[in-house]
Design a protein around this ligand. Structure first.
Ligand SMILES: [Zn+2]
Length: 299
């Protein structure tokens, strides 16, 4: 090798080393960013933009409590994917809507209504509470109509408002587990799911029933819940009240319920005035038809 050849080779080697260092630095930065983002997602920390349409349980799955069909996570939509932390909103003034379950979820399709067989009652369920503004109003309407319901509470809110949890039980309604901060469970590992459910149980007491946020579940999530001695409960009728479609629309969904139906509504996660108004109108009409209104048996 000539002297010139040697020098060229040395320069090339030095260049290669530099390039490789640069590549490493770049990869490292990406990884770090990814980790931060993943951590934010796991912690349910809202992204900075604070945007987000209201909505929790869209109807992503085929909530048919009577079947054993495996449900799948909701198809993420660009604007409202429940998996996207950026779609969550933060409302610091209202710790009751933690992480705003309000903010996500993208109902891209309605669940096929599959009325539960048997039972003479319509089962009412309220997710994403407890909420200091809306939950007491809903409890009052339930009492006026000799009704009870199952409240799938967010652990974080239950921990913040223990008195509301007591009020729900005192009214005769049931408290159930809707995770600590409303993540989409299929995307979490076993340890994280367990932590979500454990923290919620610790906040409001162990409850028999669990409703996965967004109705997003899988065979793995379901068996994990069952292995804990709890049971997954979804719904038949989605009033879509989270989207604030208007009182008449929510009421029409409520009035479509027949004995055995499980109806999904929300007591937290945003402005629930339409839900309250619809309940006020619809519950007396259902009662007049001789339909009993109660929570999910055994929850
Ligand atoms: Zn929810």
């Amino acid at each position: 090798m000539s002297r010139k050849g040697f020098r060229t080779g040395a320069i090339a080697a030095a260049l290669a080393a530099t390039l490789s260092t640069a590549a490493f630095v770049t990869a490292s930065a990406d990884t770090q960013q990814g980790a931060v983002s993943a951590t934010r997602s796991l912690l349910g920390v809202p992204a900075a933009d604070g945007s987000g349409a209201p909505s929790p349980e869209s109807a992503p799955t085929t909530p048919t409590p009577t079947t054993t069909t495996t449900t799948t996570p909701p198809a993420p939509s660009p604007s409202e994917s429940p998996l996207s932390p950026s779609s969550r909103s933060s409302t610091p003034a209202q710790p009751s809507s933690p992480a705003s379950p309000s903010a996500s979820s993208a109902p891209t399709q309605a669940p096929a209504p599959t009325p539960v067989q048997g039972g003479g009652a319509v089962q009412l369920t309220f997710d994403d509470g407890p909420d200091p503004r809306w939950t007491p109003q809903i409890l009052e309407i339930l009492s006026e109509n000799n009704a009870t319901a199952t409240f799938f509470n967010i652990g974080q809110s239950a921990a913040h408002y223990p008195d509301l949890v007591r009020q729900i039980r005192a009214q005769g309604s049931q408290v159930a587990n809707h995770t600590w901060d409303h993540p989409s469970l299929p995307s979490l590992g076993t340890a994280a799911i367990t932590r979500e459910l454990d923290r919620t149980d610790a906040a409001q007491g162990r409850t028999p029933c669990v409703r996965p946020p967004y109705g997003a579940t899988s065979a793995r999530v379901r068996s994990l819940i069952e292995a804990r001695g709890q049971r997954q409960e979804l719904w038949d009728i989605d009033t879509r009240d989270w989207a604030r479609p208007g009182v008449a629309s929510i009421e029409a969904q409520l009035l479509s319920a027949t004995p055995g139906s499980t109806v999904l509504m929300h007591t937290g996660g945003g402005d629930r005035s339409q839900t309250v108004a619809a309940l006020r109108d619809a519950l007396p009409k259902l009662r007049a038809k001789g339909i009993a209104l109660q929570g999910i048996p055994g929850c």
